[in-house]
Design a protein around this ligand. Structure first.
Ligand SMILES: *Cc1c(COP(=O)(O)O)cnc(C)c1O
Length: 396
């Protein structure tokens, strides 16, 4: 009996399996493991949003099959949010589609658009579901290395002409996971002109566009002229409102791409539970003070951790968005060796950079989505147990 398709069988063994085994062993031995590997907000969903969910649970019609494309209230709230935040006008009927979390949409976009053998461009390092979706759809992955000296932006001229012309889809992600890089709208202009020239659709993953600090506001790719002809943007309530478990996101922009994805989805899932959609709509149209407050907390943690890491010889520039620190590992270690050493000596889990692609080698990612007290405890242990003289890449 064969239980797995070749597509499933070819998925590489879970990179963290060995890591997780070690974590469990340490926990069983009584070690208080601090997991800075996960990117899942510790802060609670703001109460006005959970209250709205409870309110919507009182209506029997909300328990029926939802609309395939999402309830109009949610789609309208997303359109209003885009107008308010980015001054981008969207038609909620054709240019907004509700998703069961943005990961769902990002992953289903690939089979909705790509036939086996077709090329998809994806950032390296990058959010692993891009790569996995391309592989599951039988697409051909072409990676765009993101290098620190280029602000972790891909250099479009470095993509061979023949690859660019054959590519059908490109993933981008700013503010970025894992690099925490942010870009100006000018970068999106360059991306859009590349897409126009080579007839490539851009899928911009904006999961962190509202997780930004101080005065920095992340741009939308749809602010670049002509973007709606070639691009879609994926958004999520998960990180902005600490709603990772609720599974609600959206995709906006090019209506033909959205059409393709909605056909795929209408044959695969039947949309998210209506009360979740209504609470999400409420989150988007209500006061955004709660977002300011969570961002203030992340910004504080970012400043604190960057300073504390400098004390032990790891130099990073505090990011303007996301809740990640992306730092080069000290001299003499690979990413995996460093992550292992930190776990063994301090009981703190950091993610080795190569888990996000080969260009992540030499880096580690640390997540600030744990209570500040735990971050302090983690850094105290590091200060005590690790003596680092130099980041592998020298300074900052
Ligand atoms: C968390 C995350 C997502 C997924 O968010 P959901 O909406 O919860 O599926 C997408 N992209 C990136 C880069 C993320 O870090």
């Amino acid at each position: 009996m064969r239980y797995q398709s070749q597509r499933i069988a070819q998925i590489p063994p879970y990179m963290f399996a060995e890591f997780n085994r070690k974590k469990r062993m340490m926990q069983e031995a009584g070690v208080d493991v601090i997991d800075l590997g996960i990117g899942d907000p510790d802060l609670p969903t703001p109460k006005h949003i959970t209250d709205k969910l409870i309110e919507e649970m009182a209506y029997p019609e909300n328990f029926k099959y939802p609309s395939f494309i999402g309830c109009l209230e949610f789609r309208q709230a997303v359109a209003d949010f885009y107008k308010r935040q980015f001054n981008v006008t969207l038609d909620p009927e054709t240019e907004v589609l509700a998703l069961i979390g943005s990961k769902e949409g990002l992953a289903h976009l690939v089979p909705a658009m790509i036939d086996p053998g077709e090329i998809v461009l994806a950032p390296d390092p990058g959010y692993p579901p891009y790569r996995m979706a391309i592989s599951l759809a039988g697409g051909q992955l072409y990676t765009m290395p993101l290098l620190e000296e280029n602000n972790f932006e891909p250099i479009f001229q470095n993509i061979p002409e023949i690859v660019a012309d054959e590519a059908k889809l490109m993933f981008l992600n700013y503010p970025g996971n894992p690099t925490a890089a942010t870009v100006a709208v000018d970068f999106f202009r360059k991306a859009v002109s590349f897409a126009e020239k080579h007839q490539v659709v851009i899928a911009h993953d904006a999961a962190y566009h509202m997780v930004t600090f101080n005065d920095y506001q992340a741009p939308s790719i749809l602010q670049a002229e002509g973007a709606k002809e070639v691009a879609v943007e994926f958004g999520s309530l998960s990180k902005t409102y600490s709603m990772t478990g609720w599974r609600i996101g959206y995709v906006v922009g090019n209506k033909d791409v959205i059409k393709a994805l909605s056909i795929y989805k209408s044959n695969t899932d039947t949309g998210q539970f209506t009360p979740i959609q209504k609470a999400a709509a409420y989150a988007l149209i209500s006061s955004q003070e709660c977002v300011k407050e969570s961002n203030r907390i992340y910004a504080e943690r970012m400043q604190f951790m960057a300073a504390a890491l400098a004390d032990i010889g790891v130099h990073v520039k505090p990011a303007r968005g996301t809740f990640f620190i992306w730092a080069s590992v000290p001299e003499g270690y690979t990413s995996a060796q460093f992550a292992n050493m930190v776990l063994e000596k301090t009981g703190v889990i950091v993610t080795p950079g190569n888990a996000f692609g080969p260009s992540g080698e030499g880096y580690f990612r640390l997540s600030l989505s744990v209570p500040t007290e735990r971050l302090k405890e983690a850094i105290n242990r590091m200060k005590k147990e690790l003596t680092i003289t130099k980041n592998r890449k020298g300074n900052v």
